[in-house]
Write a protein of this length. Structure first.
Ligand SMILES: [Zn+2]
Length: 434
């Protein structure tokens, strides 16, 4: 069977099984045009799974009949996992670790560096919010042993990297040098801050063979700083607790869909906002024996790659040029254009003294940009950023730019790039106006 036929078969089997047996999808049956219609059309006719529905029907709505949840929780086959979004979109899921690991292994095949060194038994150090991974956040400092789970060492214990002391940096450097990880996996916001401090303090740090950026949008501003300390290939991977590993950046820098693990339906935005190449992603997971996820809106923006076949030779599934940040972080210019986190990052990353940024919209037509800068470069950086925002959003906007010592993390410890304080209906991006 060729790969497209195999993908269609997985799509069909997953859909038929969910509609027939999973309680949370019973109400979707009436939307299904049935088996005589091509599979892509059947998917397109269905509703979309949102975090709200995951909450409303949790947990039994998504568990195949016959699975005994209390027994699974009791014997450790599954656990409850809370996703690490911002407070209002947190969701609890039934998490089956072997499923997650299988999706990760499949994703490694999509990058030659990862395929060669990621054996599944390799040592990996992780630098991210302790509320997103590892043994969790505690007031009491945990020992290196307490933060080593299986083949993973979780380095960080603070919610905001700006609170790291020189002693924290020294401890993490020493642990990296002792543990000698093959892979360093990180939230780019945390790793950029870490590498800047490592360079300032003049520490020599172990060089891993691969740096994986995941957990949040890997800003160019952050990647510049990481590159000054770590020389290994830097690879971006994209997924979530709900979906597993969905896309992986190949050695040519494009993002390939993990077709062995999931189906992705791309829903383009309207042309006036950047469609049809820009849009949102609806993910259907193929092989999760415990938790059925169909057409889940990941809440992120993607841009399809339109440059023709990828030089790496991979042709299966969707190829993306970029993942462009959270949909809820989309903002609008004074003439109504949609501005993604990616758009802002492309423009702001041209300022080489900028080391971090976060945009707030306290009220309509008012932008307040907070920036981190290189030492003694606050004023020229501030001016340059102000000009860029004016150029992007239009001169009618009120714009303030302030250099600050720290950006503001969410409760999860992740950093959002753009935060709008008033209600905005982002569905305008893809919904045809009535
Ligand atoms: Zn490629």
């Amino acid at each position: 069977m060729n790969s497209r036929a195999h993908y269609d078969r997985l799509s069909r089997d997953t859909l038929d099984e969910a509609l027939a047996r999973i309680p949370g999808y019973a109400a979707w049956r009436s939307f299904d045009p049935g088996p005589s219609v091509p599979i892509d059309q059947r998917y397109a006719a269905l509703p979309i799974l949102t975090k709200q529905e995951l909450r409303d029907h949790f947990p039994l709505g998504f568990i195949p009949p016959g699975r005994d949840l209390p027994a699974g929780l009791n014997n450790g086959e599954v656990e409850y996992a809370r996703t690490s979004g911002s407070t209002d979109d947190e969701v609890t899921l039934v998490f089956h670790a072997p499923w997650w690991e299988a999706s990760e292994k499949a994703a490694w095949q999509l990058n030659d560096h990862a395929r060669q060194i990621a054996t599944g038994t390799h040592r990996e150090a992780v630098l991210a919010s302790p509320r997103c991974v590892g043994p969790g956040y505690t007031e009491r400092p945990l020992s290196m042993e307490e933060r080593t789970l299986g083949r993973h060492l979780y380095l960080n214990q603070q919610i905001n990297p700006a609170t790291w002391t020189p002693a924290d940096i020294r401890r993490m450097v020493e642990e990296l040098n002792r543990y000698q990880p093959v892979v360093l996996e990180a939230d780019a916001a945390y790793l950029a801050f870490f590498t800047r401090r490592v360079a300032e303090l003049g520490f020599a740090v172990h060089q891993p063979q691969l740096v994986f950026l995941t957990y949040s949008f890997p800003s160019r501003v952050y990647r510049h700083q990481i590159r000054r300390v770590f020389t290994a290939p830097m690879v971006s991977s994209y997924g979530s607790t709900e979906t597993g590993h969905v896309f992986m950046e190949c050695e040519a820098g494009r993002l390939h869909q993990n077709t062995a693990h999931c189906r992705v339906d791309f829903q383009p935005w309207l042309p006036r906002y950047g469609g049809p190449t820009r849009g949102r992603m609806l993910v259907t997971v193929f092989h999760n024996p415990w938790f059925a996820v169909l057409r889940f809106d990941t809440g992120d923006v993607a841009t399809l790659d339109t440059r023709g076949p990828c030089p790496c030779g991979r042709t299966e599934g969707l190829t993306l040029a970029s993942i462009d940040g959270r949909t809820q972080d989309v903002t609008y210019s004074s003439d109504g254009r949609a501005i993604t986190v990616e758009d802002l990052d492309v423009a702001l990353a041209g300022i080489r003294t900028l080391t971090g940024w976060q945009l707030d919209l306290p009220e309509p037509m008012f932008l307040r940009l907070h920036i981190l800068t290189e030492r003694d470069a606050a004023e020229p950086t501030r001016k340059a950023a102000h000009e860029i925002l004016e150029w992007i959003y239009g001169a009618e906007m009120r714009i303030e730019v302030a250099a600050v010592p720290s950006l503001q993390p969410e409760r999860s410890g992740k950093f959002r790039f753009a935060r709008t304080a008033f209600p905005v209906d982002h569905a305008r991006l893809w919904n045809t106006p009535p």
